[in-house]
Design a protein around this ligand. Sequence first.
Ligand code: AMP
Ligand code: GLY
Length: 423
Amino acid sequence: MRILVVGSGGREHALCWAIAASPLVTELFCAPGNAGIAREATCVPVSADDQEGILALCRDRAIDFVVVGPEAPLVAGLVDRLNGAGIKAFGPTAAAAVLEGSKAYTKDFCARHSIPTAAYGRFTDAEAAKTYIRTQGAPIVVKADGLAAGKGVIMAETVEQALDAVDAIMADRAFGEAGAEVVVEEWMIGEEASFFALTDGEAILPLAGAQDHKRVGDGDTGPNTGGMGAYSPAPVVDDAMSKRILDEIIAPTVAGMAAEGRTFRGVLFAGLMITETGPKLIEYNVRFGDPECQALMLRVKGDFLSALIATADGQIGHFQLRWHDETALCVVMAANGYPGTYEKNTVVAGVDSVETDDVVVFHAGTARGTDGDLLATGGRVLGVTAVGKDAEEARRRAYAAVDAIDWPGGFCRRDIGARAIGR
Ligand code: AMP
Ligand code: GLY
């Protein structure tokens, strides 16, 4: 089969790496890809947000199956367009991608289907939001409704901070049009986890749990990022907890979406708070996590592409996927200054020589210079990912590889996996 992966991040590199190993693949393309993805796939310079360009590419290259990596094209309806043109694709339609595209929709959906989540109010009027905040008190969480690249969430420790957050989001439009509506939520206490499941709209194939590290600094300090590292499995998501997550959150979501005429086909990524009383949904994403996907792909045994095709074909109920028991752990190396402004086009050296049977380096923001140098072109640049018999061994291998990469222009957190190791 001729396969196209859409996107250019570490997640898409991990997907291409897994898909390239499938016996079904005759040729693999990625749009637009990056310097690391170019090892696995033919990269074509078409933006993930260019629907016309992607459609033309599918026709020119006779693509049989498209895997859409990021959320923006899903929310914008790329899968609807592809399906409309008779091209099979992995990922939800725009109607189903609303689970990530609108936090307010998702909160109301959870209320309609008794899915456990933080108590909330949603507001298009700033004064009404402020009145709600004053009655609830602090600490409290204020969120812009729409897509804000993971940044539209303000954890307010005081009422004052929460009121300022409403102004920043609604009056100043700090997150652009995502701030036309705000959601104000109870601040939940517990340990965070990510849970992934493939669904064809009816049947569900649970994948695995993982843990992300969202803050930029060691010990969970500093601003939120797209994710500075991840590992899988996550000890907090044991078998009993997985069952509760499936029964209490994933299954009612899949059934609820189908009942509301928004059948969800693709990967459901539940961001969870594991509280004293059980799992509660923080948010849904409608695609794989980045960098969780990098860790997950190293644990998959067998043909992952077949699982993606079975999902799109409505056949996931018959599918079995096997997993390595080892822990996989990904350390993200980012450009100095990320998630603020950062320098571009610094040279990254020594990347290829750190890879072993147990270590794979997934690329995110990279490109080749004219002289063949590897250049850092994005905020998150590399995902150094290792497997080991436990989190400790995976962590040792990942950091040994990180330390052998010569990149003065970059940094990483030094404590990825600490929660799994310290338990
Ligand atoms: P989100 O973009 O909704 O995933 O939120 C980003 C981060 O903010 C999450 O990973 C949590 O660490 C935190 N967060 C969001 N909502 C809540 C909440 N209601 N209670 C506690 N933490 C939250
Ligand atoms: N790692 C979190 C995300 O992909 O949203």
